[in-house]
Write a protein that binds this ligand. Structure first.
Ligand code: ARG
Ligand code: ZN
Length: 861
């Protein structure tokens, strides 16, 4: 069944209060729910409560047995005579059998919940929709030895124990919330504790609960939490609103983390870190996700979503907030480049494929399929454009008004836009199309010059996407500068706002053609087409004072070269000229003493194969791979001396979490990557030395990644030895063993497919842990050389995985469909193989709604 945004109706019944009583057990937890239900004005229908995989043991109304109920599919329908009643329902669930990890489930002997989006209905019958807000009182009782820690949302109210070895606890959350924010955790956990005093003087007890032994690895997450709490007060004026804030880390988790009120539940990978086991990237991800979940307390919890079509209301805004936070905590330019790289790698393909949807979708079959890069990352970009249009102060006035106006409500994206309009004093009428239209706009820029005036002509098109053949022009804010070729300077940046299909902007004062720097800071999530000379890109790569624009010029230089090379358009002379230009800008970046190493590392990243493929109507993955490797090899050999010197210089920098040391670590492994392409023996020697002397995971993982990718037979011994050492050294540390799987599945090695097949039978592999499944198979699906094997073996492997995983965990299985769904954008032979695998999946009986929606859209969309 398709759920449509236009069909929204307010709930017929509200549930102002709910009391839940859990008799905890790993295999048979009994739940009693007391719902105070209140009929909405003008409503006359029965009470309809959602359920999923549960049956009502008994139904009482106002304390008495009640027979006027029936099941309508999975909904429990109760006829009620009056407008206010108390409905009591008992259910029993088996958390251990819950391999979907949605609702109440068991993980390593503990019990925990994941209710967003529709997991609460797997615990008890309830109007499981975000516009029903209730005050929760929770009681739980269970074996004290098995579950010494008993947690839920809000504040602890009472607890006690019995002589039979059981104990109990009661929790009360004063803040009305939708069911998706409910959480319960029971298990043998230890807490790392700290406190934070809010600016109005509330002392908040902070705790991060982990399994015994892991408490030494929570320091970074705790620091991120405290930094987030302070930052949200300073930057958005948002203060925390309970006396305690609990985080629990769980090893089995479908997503990254969950913002349950006062009780965030996290995937262990976004909590646990120490230098030996976590990379610099892991540290950054922990900081970002801890902040993201904390920021949801306002953007998500205090103001929640009216319905799931509004998901970007909380997710897009909260991603923007966590991006701004991370930018403030570290290097803002580097963070911006990383965010754009993620957008281009993950969201642009969504926008140009069969699963394209607006940031506020119009229809879905399974809402879990809409926790996408479009809703999250493009959603953040859309709100970021509002900050560009309004400026920081006026944007803040807009968000203040939003929080003030909608506190305690279930709001819509429209409410948000209206509040920014009113508070910031913007007219966002046409801007609202960003919420309506899918697809990445393409802007064509043409710069001419005559007399003393330069003229920039901009035109835009928004490509057709499934269900949206015709598009209207968008509002596209483009931060722009025109550089004087002689001085290498510009006279100030301007904000051009493109609103028409085509528009011209005149710039007096130019007697010669300037160099155009456009979409600086990536002010709009669009693709820019411009006929620009290689020399101009070289100019910008050297002179642009906007760090993102400088990065972009280098990317453009390489993308253009690679796209031309792949399409066979490149004459030998043009190839030589392109390579020389790229080598020269690389040499300049390597030599530029004014650059910090973190930024240098960004500038020296080759464009990804997926992003290159995006530029081509029907891409041949093998030639893209070959050309990109050839460019890497060329840079490796042409700049060999510089890479050696860089590796030596960076190796001498001792470990710390300071930016300079992190920059050195980033460059150290990058040097190895380029060398591995041109001189595998030397790269292997250096990688082995780096591995053997590593005192931190960034260096160790980088070295192992390089070694694992070298296919030369004479390096096989070093490769195998390092992989064996890594596995033995970190045996029992699940997060690091995940890395061991990922490194091999993502490796450049020509036998990766064979290796992955063998790894699937490794005793450490399991289909029931999402992190492990993603470590092996997401890394594989993101490895273009392996996934796009010409005989289709990579496609078959992913299709087989989807079919095996679907009955265990449909939510995670569905995440593997989009790589196959790209078939229309791949050359015909592979496209047919990909399509055939999708058809094989579609023909299988009993598919989950998750997989079935993604597969049918991928075939027909
Ligand atoms: N709200 C969570 C977050 O972004 C993610 C929940 C994921 N749920 C899902 N069904 N995929 O912070
Ligand atoms: Zn979120």
């Amino acid at each position: 069944p398709v759920i449509k945004r236009a069909d929204y109706r307010p709930p017929e019944w509200q549930v102002p209060e709910i009391a839940l009583d859990f008799a905890l057990s790993l295999t048979a937890t009994r739940v009693r729910a007391d719902l105070k239900v209140v009929r909405s004005d003008a409503a006359s229908g029965p009470l309809r409560l959602d359920g999923d995989g549960i049956t009502p043991g008994s139904v009482l109304v106002d304390g008495a047995a009640h027979n006027d109920w029936r099941m309508d599919d999975s909904q429990l329908v109760i006829d009620l005579p009056g407008n206010r009643h108390t409905v009591t329902i008992e259910t029993e669930i088996d958390p251990t059998a819950n391999t979907q990890l949605s609702g109440l489930y068991a993980s390593n002997g503990m019990l925990c919940t994941q209710c967003e989006a529709e997991g609460f209905r797997r615990i008890t019958f309830f109007p499981d929709r975000p516009d029903v807000l209730s005050v929760y009182s929770v009681r739980m009782a269970g074996d004290k030895a098995a579950f010494p820690v008993l947690l839920s949302n809000g504040n602890p109210v009472a607890s006690g124990e019995h002589s039979d070895g059981t104990h109990w606890a009661e929790w009360h959350d004063p803040w009305p919330k939708p069911s998706y924010l409910f959480a319960l955790v029971a298990g043998d956990l230890v807490a790392s504790r700290d406190t934070f005093t809010t600016r109005s003087g509330r002392k908040v007890d902070l705790a991060i609960y982990v399994r015994a032994g892991d408490e030494t690895r929570t320091g970074h997450a705790m620091k991120a939490l405290i930094d987030s709490m302070r930052w949200d007060e300073e930057v958005y004026g948002r203060e925390y609103d309970l006396d305690l804030f609990n985080i629990v880390a769980v090893a089995d988790f479908n997503a990254g983390a969950m913002e349950n009120k006062g009780l965030n539940v996290f995937n262990t990978r976004y909590i646990l870190a120490d230098p030996e086991t976590a990379t610099d990237g892991d540290y950054d991800a922990i900081e970002g996700v801890v902040a993201h979940e904390y920021f949801h307390n306002w953007s998500g919890n205090r103001v929640t979503c009216r319905d799931w079509f509004q998901l970007s209301l909380k997710e897009g805004f909260t991603v923007l907030r966590d991006q701004q936070f991370s930018a403030d905590m570290g290097s803002a330019p580097v963070k911006r480049i990383e965010d754009v790289r993620i957008l281009r790698a993950a969201q642009f393909p969504e926008d140009s494929g069969p699963l394209a949807h607006p940031i506020r979708p119009d229809a879905y079959q399974e809402i879990s399929n809409f926790y996408t890069a479009t809703v999250y990352n493009k959603g953040a970009e859309v709100i970021r454009m509002m900050t560009v249009l309004a400026g920081p102060e006026r944007f803040r006035a807009g968000t203040d008004l939003y929080f003030d106006r909608h506190d305690g409500e279930a709001a819509t994206c429209e409410d948000f836009v209206k509040a920014i309009e009113d508070g910031a004093g913007l007219d966002l009428k046409q801007f609202r199309r960003w919420y309506e239209q899918a697809g990445t706009p393409r802007v064509t820029a043409t710069l001419t010059q005559a007399g003393d005036t330069a003229t920039l002509t901009l035109s835009q098109t928004v490509p057709a996407t499934p269900g949206q053949p015709d598009k209207q022009p968008m509002v596209i804010p483009l931060r722009t500068a025109l550089f004087d070729r002689d001085t290498g300077k510009h006279a100030g940046e301007q904000l051009l706002v493109l609103t028409e299909a085509e528009q011209s902007f005149a710039f007096p004062g130019f007697t010669a053609l300037p160099v155009l720097s456009i979409n600086r800071g990536f002010s709009a999530p669009v693709a820019i087409d411009m006929a620009v000379a290689t020399a101009d890109l070289v100019f910008l790569a050297a002179h642009d004072d906007d760090p993102f624009a400088r990065y972009e010029a280098m990317q453009q230089l390489m993308v253009r070269h690679l796209v031309a090379a792949v399409s066979g358009e490149l004459t030998e002379a043009a190839r030589a000229e392109g390579l020389a230009a790229i080598r020269d800008v690389y040499a300049a970046v390597l030599a530029d003493g004014a650059l910090d190493d973190l930024m240098r590392g960004e500038l020296l990243i080759l464009p990804g194969e997926g992003y290159i493929a995006e530029q081509i109507a029907q891409a041949d993955p093998s030639s893209i791979h070959a050309e990109r490797e050839a460019l890497k090899r060329w840079l490796g050999s042409e700049l060999a001396a510089q890479w050696h010197a860089l590796h030596d210089r960076c190796t001498a920098v001792p470990y710390s979490l300071e930016a300079a040391a992190r920059g050195a670590r980033k460059l150290k492994t990058q040097a190895l990557v380029y060398l591995a392409a041109s001189d595998p023996a030397e790269a292997a020697r250096r990688a082995k030395a780096q591995y053997d002397s590593a005192d931190n995971m960034t260096d160790r993982q980088g070295a192992l990644m390089v070694l694992a990718g070298i296919g030369a037979a004479e390096c096989d011994e070093a490769r195998c030895a390092a992989l064996a050492d890594f596995h033995a050294r970190f045996a029992g540390n699940a997060l690091v063993i995940d890395k061991w799987f990922s490194i091999q599945a993502g490796a450049l090695h020509p036998d990766t497919l064979k290796h992955v097949t063998a790894l699937a039978d490794h005793p450490d592999f399991t289909m029931t842990n999402p992190n492990r499944v993603r470590a092996l198979y997401m890394a594989f699906a993101a490895n273009p050389q392996a996934f796009h094997a010409a005989d289709g073996a990579g496609y078959r492997m992913i299709a087989d995985l989807i079919l095996r995983l679907d009955p265990i965990n449909g939510n995670v299985a569905a995440r593997f469909v989009p790589p196959l769904g790209r078939w229309r954008r791949i050359e015909p032979t592979r496209a047919a193989l990909m399509r055939a695998e999708l058809e094989r999946i579609a023909a299988a009986p009993g598919l989950s709604r998750d997989v079935s929606e993604q597969v049918s859209k991928s075939l027909n969309g």
